[in-house]
Design a protein around this ligand. Structure first.
Ligand code: UDP
Ligand code: MG
Length: 332
């Protein structure tokens, strides 16, 4: 893909968005690395921490950090809304000409932001971190993540980059477009791919978490995968249509076979060799029943989303903010 790139200067202000959910043990490490980085960054910086309903000391640490450093701002959500919504809150409040989204656990090395800025100056609007290697993660996490990205590429968008998470730099014009998409069930990477704009990877080695546990257990990964699949693509609906057709064809085949056997028996007066019957019936009932239920289930997922969206609720609720100028409102 060849983009028409217009070179630009460094952003005047860079917003770094960091969602935090029970990150008390990572924050001291993050603070050190981030302060190092801010010293060498060629731009002004605002760091927006989004406290996503943490139940540990996270919010206390964040507020005291923000009180001692005017570059640090905190948005505290009223409960745990999940990573994607926490990032959205940060994006709504960001004032920078470019924003960077990163994890609190230093799995995304902050120094990569310098390379991202270089690509930004070349004219790219989205610079996503693409992982070269994952160290310190279990075989299970690696394989599920591998499968996840391949499946999502099919379901969500062909431009969805492989092996990259939400660690990315986004330009202001792209962010404004992204902030305009207000769906409740968000899969930011997919939405980003949908928006378009020139995008390019920077490659990096994903480090192990500095401290604490992953906040993305299998349950949340499955939820994200489900969101990505169902919110983006009508393909699952077609899947149930396909399944229905296959089952109907099998039923038709079995019917023809039964007629054939009846013909042999009654017309040709051949003896019935083997005709237990019940196994066929039970198999067919399970097959048909199962596929009907699967199809209803998939339909249900879509209806549930229509229901959620039709309520028109806000995406997240802010309990308080700290470190923003008085009266400052999110841009959205
Ligand atoms: N996170 C969040 N809300 C959640 C789950 C995670 O804000 O409900 C944050 C978390 O604190 C971290 C980032 O999102 O900064 C990514 O989560 P994590 O590192 O646990 O995911 P992983 O890297 O293991 O996929
Ligand atoms: Mg992480």
């Amino acid at each position: 893909m060849h983009y028409y790139l217009i070179p630009r200067k460094n952003p005047k202000l860079l917003s770094i968005i960091i969602p935090c959910y029970n990150e008390e043990s990572s924050l001291p490490f993050l603070k050190e690395r981030l302060n190092e980085l801010i010293k060498i960054l060629p731009t002004k910086v605002e760091v927006i921490f989004v406290n996503d309903g943490s139940t540990d000391q996270t919010i206390f640490q964040l507020v005291s950090w923000s009180n001692s450093d005017p570059q640090i701002q905190v948005i505290s959500l009223s409960r745990n809304f999940g990573h994607q919504l926490a990032v959205t809150a940060g994006m709504d409040y960001a004032k920078g000409d470019a924003v960077v989204v990163m994890d609190a656990d230093l799995q995304d090395p902050p120094e990569v932001i310098l390379e991202m800025l270089a690509k930004y100056r070349e004219g790219y609007d989205v610079v996503y971190g693409q992982r070269l290697a994952r160290s310190g993660e279990s075989f299970f996490k690696k394989t599920t993540a591998w499968a996840f990205y391949r499946l999502m590429k099919i379901l969500v968008h062909k431009d969805l980059p492989l092996d990259s998470g939400d660690f990315r730099l986004i330009s202001r014009r792209c962010l404004d477009a992204l902030n305009g998409l207000r769906e409740n069930h968000r899969f930011l990477r997919g939405m980003n791919a949908w928006i378009g704009f020139p995008q390019t990877p920077v490659f990096y080695k994903r480090d192990p978490r500095v401290a604490g546990e992953t906040k993305y257990p299998l349950r949340k990964m499955l939820k994200l995968a489900m969101n990505a699949a169902v919110s983006f693509s009508p393909l699952p609906l077609r899947f149930s249509l396909g399944l229905g057709i296959i089952v109907a064809l099998i039923g038709f085949g079995v019917g023809v076979y039964a007629l054939f056997r009846a013909f042999q028996h009654f017309i040709l007066e051949m003896p019935i060799v083997y005709n237990p019957g019940w196994a066929t019936i039970v198999t067919l009932i399970c097959l048909i029943g199962g596929s009907i239920l699967i199809s209803i289930g998939i339909l249900g997922e879509y209806i549930a989303r229509i229901f959620e969206e039709s309520k028109g609720r806000p995406l997240y609720v802010v309990e308080f903010v700290n470190g923003f100028s008085i009266g400052e409102k999110p841009r959205k």
